[in-house]
Design a binder for this molecule. Sequence first.
Ligand code: AMP
Length: 122
Amino acid sequence: MTAAYDRNNVFAKILRGEIPCQKVFEDAHVLAFRDIKPQAPAHVLVIPKGEYISSDDFSAKASPEEIAALFRAVGKIARDLGLDKTGYRILANHGEDAHQEVAHFHFHIFGGKSLGRMLPKE
Ligand code: AMP
């Protein structure tokens, strides 16, 4: 993805406090909140506070501290929600084929039920 970061994307607005979210975690580098249209009993979005469009952008440009903070946060949130005991799935969509809707990098954490196959059958 080569486009510039769009500061009007919905997660940028959440980070600026312009629209509300159901926050579950925050530190210097990371914010996590409940997905507005949950696709599992537990569905949390974990985002870096920095301006990164997608996993491609984040993996290429983020600092080691930002990368570590994001992945540490994913593990902590899953443990705090008790999902480490029952299982959970982490997912990040990049670009068109993955149907990425919001152009600010985010991990989805899904859990709270049996999640079925990794990808739907064609
Ligand atoms: P993706 O397709 O990976 O870009 O997923 C974007 C996700 O953001 C979807 O699961 C949406 O339901 C979720 N979403 C969009 N707007 C909001 C919002 N205001 N608060 C929380 N989640 C949102």
